[in-house]
Design a protein around this ligand. Structure first.
Ligand code: IVH
Length: 680
């Protein structure tokens, strides 16, 4: 929003205008943050606006208004979820921005209000300030009844179903002296690892990406379909009581101890200190520790430990007098995006990368940032020459958050998506339903390089000695054009390399030779099929038992495998129906690469027996049925062949049933299957 020109010399009038502008801006940011999970300014920028408004209202009390955002926290819920009124308001915290401010804005105020003598000290509980979203859980007689978001502090959203999917939140409390009513507040957050994985999956599925773990956590919790929430590994730390009957806590320390004893998660880094100096050191310590934690924290929270003193101190309109949030410096910075570079990956995906004027963000110099894909680039209208906000959001790779449009001078240049590959000049296509642009060149150097590196890597064929440097030389000398070429190399070829003696060459050849007798799952993973990670490769190896069976698998067979959806199945199907890929696999086999079929579980009544499921089971899920078979040593495979022992046909069984009948195999209905396994 543009600021109006202040042309009047009356300070009250000017203050009023500015306050109104600030209120509108803050409300807009509240809406973006709380309702849309998509903030447009950093917390630091928001805090600056908020502070300015607070100061204006303090200086000119006549400006005070019940509608001012300083008088409440956030704004009302969206109405998508049922509203829940909090029995006690969920307050916010006043902010400090460095250790010294804890003294001035908390300790000195507390002492003054309690009329304490100079030499008496106060105990504080120091906790990491989790960067997630606040929720309230209500336990009645130890059972989780309701969970809600904070919302505007008075009314939140009913997210009970979603919270119930979180593994770390007990549905029933355990332990001694459980209160009849326990309202407990805490922060729901996502670990950095989970955040990165969600964004990777979203990128592959062509969905827009979460800017940071907090937005990802909010987006995951505020899902109308709790099955989606269940797939997101959300965590929670509890940090404050709401209304409680049937238990009394003397202090924050006592509270944390008690709830932890009842099975609720609390942050192990919480620590009691006996003076404000201790709280300041804790802040400094956490600032360093921040870089190594598996989750994001954006500061520390310091609370007067004694609940009796907390009661005496009370609260101001927006936040308690007895606590303060001490924020860390932001991990965002503004800089110029000098150029948009193109990077070609293993699967040919061409990703735009921002080349930045180097800028320091919390101790790290950043000169590159990912732009994810061309849709994101267009949606954010990012142009070469723009001033952008860059964030290191608990991610190794920094991201461009947004463009400062108001800083444009007209010289910025939009960069259109490439039509030819910048590395090999081959055509670029956009596959239907995908956001990615892909180079279709079969001899595109970066693609070959990345696929060779992946093939040789530890989780794949594990070919020791075939690292990045060797791969680079193999490509630049034109010795290798695909993974099969690796097995045609001779000792003389290796001897041509820099720093490669007789011994190393022999070792490399031996490692290549060794890898020929590889495990099927590793081989499937090594092929580098899109969407096929180690876990999926294992599932495929188990289901199909041989490379041959996998190669001829139909879409129906692929999608019947646990955890394989249509996107992944399509990618596998496309891979094995692409003639170039089939040719490479055939050559690998000719050259002696023979991935071994998976060893079957031995022992058990169904040992060595293979089952195929088709159609819909009504009494038990596919997963359950598979478990029953596996528990008894049997094996569930995806496709029907002569070797299949039993075909279990549910409702609307399809082509697999026809094939089973054709081959004269034993066909069971669900009932017969359960009888066979004696699983009644
Ligand atoms: S105590 C009345 N403790 O920070 C005190 N809050 O800016 C209530 N937060 O809404 C909050 N970690 O979402 C508290 N250890 C912690 C916290 C924490 C994160 C969040 C919480 C709160 C916001 C206040």
């Amino acid at each position: 929003m543009q600021l109006s020109l202040i042309d009047n010399t009356d300070p009250l009038l000017n203050a009023e205008r500015r306050a109104n502008e600030l209120r509108i801006q803050i409300e807009q940011h509240n809406h973006l943050y709380y309702q849309l999970d998509s903030p447009e300014v950093s917390d630091a920028e928001y805090d600056t606006l908020f502070r300015e408004l607070l100061e204006l209202e303090q200086k000119f009390p006549e400006l005070a208004s019940p509608e001012s955002p300083t008088q409440r926290v956030g704004i009302a819920s969206t109405g998508r979820f049922k509203s829940i009124n909090h029995r006690l308001p969920m307050l916010s915290l006043d902010n400090a921005f460095n250790g010294e401010e804890i003294r001035v804005k908390l300790d000195e105020r507390v002492r003054k209000q309690l009329a304490l003598k100079e030499d008496s000290s106060i105990s504080y509980m120091c906790e990491p300030k989790m960067d997630g979203l606040a929720v309230e859980l209500i336990y009645e007689n130890g059972t989780l009844i309701v969970a809600s978001t904070r919302g505007d502090g008075i009314t939140g959203e009913d997210v009970t179903q979603n919270i119930r999917t979180m593994k770390g939140v007990p549905l029933r409390l355990t332990g001694e002296a459980i209160p009849t009513l326990l309202e407990v507040r805490g922060e729901v957050y996502l670990s950095l690892e989970a955040f990165q994985k969600i964004n990777r999956d979203r990128e592959e599925n062509g969905e827009s990406l979460f800017v940071n773990p907090r937005n990802a956590a909010a987006g995951s919790l505020r899902q109308l379909d709790s099955r989606i929430t269940a797939k997101r590994p959300l965590s929670m730390y509890c940090y404050a009581p709401g209304m409680v009957t049937g238990a009394q806590f003397e202090s924050q320390h006592d509270f944390l101890n008690s709830v932890s004893g009842w099975g609720l998660p609390i942050n192990p880094l919480a620590r009691i200190v006996d003076s404000v100096e201790g709280a300041i050191s804790y802040y400094d310590e956490m600032r360093n520790l921040r870089e190594t934690l598996p989750y994001e924290i954006d500061g520390t929270v310091v609370k007067v430990n004694s609940f009796q003193l907390q009661n005496e101190l009370g609260e101001k309109s927006r936040s308690p007098v007895w606590a303060i949030a001490c924020k860390f410096p932001p991990r965002q910075a503004e800089t110029q995006l000098e150029n948009i570079l193109l990077s070609v990956g293993r699967t040919g995906v061409i990703t735009p990368v921002a080349q930045l004027k180097p800028v320091e963000i919390s101790g790290v110099t950043v000169s590159r940032a990912t732009l994810h894909n061309w849709d994101e680039l267009a949606a954010k209208d990012i142009r070469a020459g723009d001033i952008v906000v860059v964030e290191r959001a608990g991610d190794v790779i920094p991201a461009v958050v947004r463009v400062l449009i108001e800083r444009r001078d007209g010289s910025e240049q939009a960069v259109p998506p490439p039509q030819i590959c910048p590395e090999c000049g081959a055509a670029v296509v956009r596959i239907a339903d995908e956001v990615a642009l892909r180079c279709m060149g079969i001899s595109c150097p970066p693609q070959i390089r990345e696929s060779l590196k992946h093939f040789a890597s530890r989780g794949a064929m594990d070919i020791e000695g075939l690292g990045e440097k060797v791969v680079e030389q193999l490509i630049s000398l034109g010795l290798v054009h695909n993974i099969a070429d690796l097995y045609c190399l001779t000792k003389d070829d290796f001897m041509r390399f820099e720093r490669m003696g007789d011994k190393l060459s022999s070792n490399l050849l031996a490692a290549l030779e060794n890898s020929k007798k590889c495990d099927l799952a590793r081989f499937i993973y090594a092929l580098g099929i899109r969407h096929v990670g180690e876990r999926t490769a294992k599932a495929l190896a188990q289901a199909f038992g041989s490379l041959y069976n996998l190669k001829i698998a139909t879409m129906e067979e692929l999608t019947s495998i646990r955890d394989i959806g249509v996107t992944v199945a399509q990618s596998i199907f496309n891979f094995f129906t692409t003639p170039d890929n089939c040719a490479v696999i055939s050559r690998l086999q000719e050259l002696g690469v023979h991935p071994a079929a998976v060893a079957k579980t031995v022992g058990g009544r169904m040992s060595g027996k293979s089952f195929v499921f088709t159609g819909t089971l009504t009494r038990l899920s596919r997963d359950h049925a598979r478990k029953l078979v596996e528990e008894q040593g049997g094996n569930v495979v995806g496709s029907v062949s002569r070797k299949t022992d039993y075909v279990v046909a549910g409702d609307e069984a399809g082509s697999k049933l026809n094939k089973a009948v054709e081959l004269g195999l034993a066909v069971l209905d669900e009932e017969e299957f359960l009888q066979l396994l004696e699983a009644h």
